[in-house]
Write a protein that binds this ligand. Structure first.
Ligand code: SF4
Length: 85
């Protein structure tokens, strides 16, 4: 069930990073540095954050302008940089 839900939200932690992912992540902080968690709250989560970059399609991961996301950012996630869009 969780697996199906993660696909629907564009969050696929098992997907390997591409070269463009490596370039895009160069100036970002790590998930650890950002205190990232894949489970935010009802009122504070990635999909309503100003730094969230939605997945281009169901075959891509969502990303973040601030936090490096080799395996994608969950729309339901959260980190200490959260800022309402
Ligand atoms: S800054 Fe943090 S809360 Fe906002 S989209 Fe990026 S990871 Fe999610």
């Amino acid at each position: 069930m969780a697996h199906r839900n993660q696909q629907a939200t564009g969050y696929r932690p098992w997907q390997t990073q591409t070269r463009s992912d490596v370039r895009a992540n160069a100036d970002k902080v790590s998930k650890l540095q950002a205190d990232y968690t894949p489970q935010g709250t009802m009122t504070e989560h990635c999909s309503i954050c100003e730094f969230f970059i939605p997945a281009k399609s169901n075959r891509h991961n969502a990303h973040c302008e601030k936090v490096a996301s080799q395996n994608g950012i969950s729309p339901k996630g959260w980190c200490k940089f959260w800022s309402k869009r």
